[in-house]
Design a protein around this ligand. Sequence first.
Ligand SMILES: [Ca+2]
Length: 563
Amino acid sequence: MRSKYTRHCAATVMALAGTISSWATAAPLPCEQLAELTVPASAIALPTRGAKVTGVKVFDAGGTAPKTFGEYCLVSGEIDPVDATAPKIKFQLALPANWNRRVMMLGGGGYDGTVPNVAGNIAAGPADQPNPIGRGYAVFGSDSGHEGASNQGSFGANDEALRNFASDALKKTRDTALALVQKRYAEPVLRSYFAGGSTGGREALAVTQKWPQDFDGVIALYPAFNAVSLDLQFGRITRALAVPGAYPNLQKRKALYDAAIEACDGADGVVDGLISNQSACNASFNPATANLNGQPLRCAGGADTGDNCLSDLQINAMNVINTPVTFNYPLANGETQYPGFNVWGTDFGRPGAGAVQAYVNFLGLNTLAPTFPMPAPGAVSAPGVPYGSGFWDQWVRYFVTRDPGFNSLTLDPENPGRWSARISELTGLQDANKADLSAFAQRGGKILMAHGTSDQLVSTRATQQYYQRIRAAMGAARADGFVRYYEIPGYNHALSTVFGAAWDSISALENWVEKGVAPVNQLVFDTTGVPGRSRPLCEYPNWPKYKGSGDANAAASFSCVAP
Ligand SMILES: [Ca+2]
């Protein structure tokens, strides 16, 4: 008769044998053999019903220099939700044959809804270097748990989909991808990185706050870190633009842009089409008194008298964009305001046929004034309302009220009445505004943040605030040990007609994390306004000032100076 001890001992031996045999037989799996793999729910830290690979495809080495890449295996898969009515999380994972033992997770944009191009570049990444896949990274990302356009928020009606978008999908995707990376290579991961812009920038900061042990370094470009506060600012701006006569058309926005350039371009030391000292321009420019080509920018008498001037209603609307929204009710995440945008010199969408201009218009004020019912979110080329207005409308209808027929123009974001509690609850879910990042700093994590000074969709001033909050919460010296924040004059949101930023942030982050070499003398290159020109990437609050002589297209002719 076996004793309890014997039974226990036998079970232990069997368990050990199982562990040893699976460990001992863990050999790298070729791409084709990943096709049948599943990842159990137990391998994913947040609740799911597990994940499975739905397809694999081998890509031969290729690309055109400098964007070359070696052979890689593209794995597609999905993570099953706990709620059977919630959408799956769809993800992709690119696994290079010649792996550098590092992983790179990519963030999304807007309301997400599509899997990022895992073979592509990172936000504002370098144009003269291979993409992460070409550097040997295993690269992955997900649709964050629903399919749809980046301006489509109807998934918010489902709690699990909303939580996945808010941040849960980041952890679920990361754990699933890491399990598959282990199966493919049977080797430990040396370093883990995250890169994203906009919502992807929020996601980059969210992982440092929520799962500080998961990543060694993150790149957060133009991060919409306090997403709900930004939504509320969108609401305030939308209501201002919906006032009859207040919406400025493309031509009027060109007039405003040109007037700001006329006033502020040369005031930074060089007429180069860039307002490099944006804070000085913010302090001095006034659309009500500015001139354009010798004529007042303000229409005669303040009435709408043509496309080369702005009426008082239109000037008022642009002043609303320039100023903060304040919350006259408590929010769970402690936010009390969201700042205005750098309006003067920012391209909110101007006349022009180019693809970049079309996208800037789409992300900007677009072609239609906000109205009720708000036109359905459209494509880049179709007439549409301001991106932020559509974003606000979707958020109010599907996240806040969950009433698809609700008129979002009737919700006052400064005094939302019976919706205050729900909005506060959403700040707790959606916002990544924690300023004490001690756990991430303690494990050696590094953060590179950058933001264009001409961002029309996420306020540069909000990122300034977040950076200052980190310094206040942790002390300047400690913050300097793991965070850098740079501002890029002329750079808009994601794309720009004026200065399309390209920065080798990955090398800077690798050097800091892996060699302890903090970034200095970083350069940013223009891909659109004057392709190839360079500027020093200045640590906020410094800005790049022309030295007074030398090639205005060369970074060497500029130095970073204090405001
Ligand atoms: Ca200038």
